[in-house]
Design a protein around this ligand. Sequence first.
Ligand code: BES
Ligand code: ZN
Length: 624
Amino acid sequence: MRYLIPALLSLSALTVAPALHAALAKPSPILTTPDALDTQTYARPQVARVTHVDLDLAADFDAKVMRGKATLDILALRGAREIVLDDKGLVIEKITDARGKALTWTVGASDETKGAPLTVQLGTARKIVIHYSSKPDASALGWLPPSLTAGKQKPFLYSQGQAIENRSWVPTQDSPGIRQTWSASITVPEGFVAVMSGERLTPQGEVVAGGKRRFRFSMPHPVPPYLIAIAIGDLAFKPLGPRSGVYAEPETLARVAPELDDTERMIDAAEKLYGPYRWGRFDMLVLPPSFPYGGMENPTLTFLTPTIFTGDKANVDVVAHELAHSWSGNLVTNATWPDGWLNEGFTTYFENRIDEIVYGTERAAVLADISWDELQRDLKLSKPSATKLRVDPGEEAGELAYNKGATFLRTIERAVGRERWDAYLRSYFDRHAFQPQTTAGFLADLRKNLIKGDAALEAQLLPDRWVYEPGLPGNAVHVKSQTLAQVDLAMERVKSGAPAASLGFEKWGTQEWQRFLNGLPRELPAERLADLDSAMKLSTSSNAYVRSAWLVLAIGNRYQPAIASAEEFLPRVGRNLLIRPVYRALVAQGNWGKPIAERIFAGARGNYHPVTVSAIERVLNPAA
Ligand code: BES
Ligand code: ZN
């Protein structure tokens, strides 16, 4: 009991403090329930928290560093003497107050993933200026040489902040529960364009000394700091509709823009479901192939891998997904990373509702059925404790959170009916807009506003089982697709020896191929693989999803011709979810495959973003 008293005192003091500072900033609440404790930050936001970050940085492509200063606005308890920030390898020159008076600061012991605490002695200062640069190996930043771009003439830079990487280039409190507004002024060499995940105030940039160009940005809504994102390169823009458009290298733009022409319809569909889009524009940036994810929901500027552009719009569900994060994730944000399913599970559900409105029920069923397959795969591969939606502290929500989370929400939808469920979800986003959310907070909201004491409904839904227990509850809803049922028939015919050329695969898109390749028996004789390969041109497929699924199957059978295909594919694509399974398949083949994986990775690692490098290193060397 004793120990609670100081904590309560500081909490009540904090509830007073925002009122005093209301004119300066409107910080959204820091949750104080025990399950909102973020163990992946050093920040102590109950004592002092950042409310606004202003960046004034220049990109140095030769040194591979961002250099300049960050000015932080701080809200602190009256009497608070210091603030703790997150720092992953920043090179700090000096820290001052707003008038330029030097402040004392220290960097504590460093952890490989979390970085180190940066403690600044504030005195009475409530605004501080940090003069610093990032390190060339900053874990958020991908510095690409010209050879890894489409144009091959100019280098390229992009950031990936989620989950805890932004502390390697932005000195702030890097926790999803500590929302901050931000602004930025970014200076780039002549001939480059900078874009960021906020309002783009100077789309053409302003010329400054030495022919350089300065681009200014502003994010007026408080956002979790993992959503601060930047890219600099030879970028062109093509409008898609009144509030959407696409940035890409000029060489890439014409090819990708037509596949994004349903974007406005997606935004309209999303708004119809769950309320207004609150971020102004929804533009997209297509990155070079080293981008480590399918997409990243950076506000106003979703980042996309080029691997989704297969010429047939088969993968624009990724666009629907990142758009859906504008509600689930960016508006209502997981308070800590073990609550990640609140971002990804909600988004995977919401994404499918958008797909259904824009492309119809069968198309949505195809995507939901594939999601079910992935869920079954992940349930098999994961250790039981990792199959809880709310993972234990210290563990990170994995791929399972996407599809188990979506299945949970679909199960509720079926139980209460769409009308009631949609009304609930819409009000949920409104109630918690621009705030962090915990798993317990969601369940409390669900009980208060949907279940409302209906014991029979509670027993039908089993919310605690879904969220806190491993595995899949018996009430899970599986959406089945007619289209994929046809593919299953083709799969059966392969098993009974039919030649690949007779299977009728000519019109298949990504999902049909995924169903087929992932559904075939894992053990196949070399002649069967050779027949499939020659009829379906799998080893040379330009569809990266097909290539990935094929390589996993082929490598699992030590099918020699797949090696040349892997040698070509793995160094060229940096999307984690497509290449990690291939490296895993090689490593699973022990003495036959592991040396091949090591050799390919040695040549490819320089092409990957730092987060992909560490992910593949963990595959090759699980102990580390
Ligand atoms: N926010 C995620 C990407 C992410 C997750 C980055 C975890 C860092 C840590 C993004 O919205 C996402 O889920 N991307 C998916 C695509 C989606 C359609 C499943 C991906 O990367 O493939
Ligand atoms: Zn996502």
